[in-house]
Design a protein around this ligand. Structure first.
Ligand SMILES: Nc1ncnc2c1ncn2[C@@H]1O[C@H](COP(=O)(O)OP(=O)(O)OP(=O)(O)O)[C@@H](O)[C@H]1O
Ligand SMILES: [Mg+2]
Length: 244
């Protein structure tokens, strides 16, 4: 579904992504795991058209999308839920949702959020008229996800959806990700939470300083303690439990 070959992204002289190739097949949850500054967000930004790549090929469903502007990428069915959620705090939950619905109608906002909102996000459905700033961290993450779905993506790019959430709230987000996959969505998930991510993903790529240093099925990576201890610079069992 998504194919990235030889991707390079830089900021001035700094090369943040240095020749990354990866693939996401329809129906998969694929994860990019890496420490702060590894280049994870830069990869997602290149795929979603927020940042144009210096080099490399990005193909979605067989067609080249590298360098297309973000709105054109959304129109093809790829939606990114950004790191840090980027909600409009003073707008209501409902207004934030409608701001996400720009695929169907680029200029006219739809008047109602999707009908299945209540089923997927019961906590939000009761708070449609509250300001987004009043939501808890977990609810805000749910809203960011719900807003992404308003554009009816086929491929969802999620940037650290569990960041800053308690283990319990993270579990809620991960459960939701699983449900979305079960409903036919394909997901590329960026995370630092190693243990939970490998439990959720079908496959993962380990990114270090802009390069993929390992990849494979989540099960295979999960049992590769040497790799994980190298990559985290700490002993593997501790890394599994303390990864945030
Ligand atoms: N807009 C920018 N201008 C300059 N340098 C940037 C910019 N965005 C990212 N970088 C640099 O590029 C490298 C990769 O950053 P990126 O945000 O892709 O990493 P990340 O893996 O998403 O990190 P984190 O886990 O902290 O979100 C880092 O060294 C970062 O400082
Ligand atoms: Mg990031």
């Amino acid at each position: 579904m998504l194919e990235v070959r030889g991707l390079r992204v830089s900021y001035g002289g700094l090369r943040a992504v240095d020749g990354v190739s990866l693939e996401v097949r329809a129906g998969e949850i694929v994860s990019i795991i890496g420490m702060n500054g590894a280049g994870k967000t830069s990869i997602l930004n290149a795929v979603s058209g927020i940042r144009s790549p210096d080099e490399g090929e990005i193909r979605f469903e067989g067609e080249s999308i590298g360098g297309l502007p973000a709105h054109a990428v959304v129109a093809r069915g790829i939606v990114q839920v950004p790191e840090g959620r980027l909600l409009f705090g003073t707008l209501s939950v409902e207004e934030n949702l409608l701001a996400g619905a720009h695929r169907r109608s680029p200029f006219v906002l739809r008047r109602r959020p999707r009908a299945d909102l209540r089923r997927l996000f019961p906590a939000l459905a009761d708070k449609l008229h509250r300001p987004a700033a009043s939501l808890s961290g977990g609810e805000a993450q749910m809203l960011a996800l719900a807003r992404g779905l308003e554009s009816e993506p086929r491929l969802l790019l999620l940037d650290e959806p569990s960041l800053g959430l308690s283990p319990k709230l993270s579990e809620g987000v991960f459960t939701l990700i699983r449900r979305l996959r079960d409903r036919g969505l394909t997901l590329l998930l960026v995370e630092q939470n190693l243990r939970r991510t490998l439990a959720l993903a079908d496959r993962a790529y380990v990114l270090e300083s802009g390069r993929i240093v390992s990849s494979g099925s989540a099960a295979a990576l999960e049992s590769d303690h040497r790799l994980l201890s190298d990559y985290l610079g700490t002993s593997a069992p501790a890394a599994f439990h303390s990864a945030k």
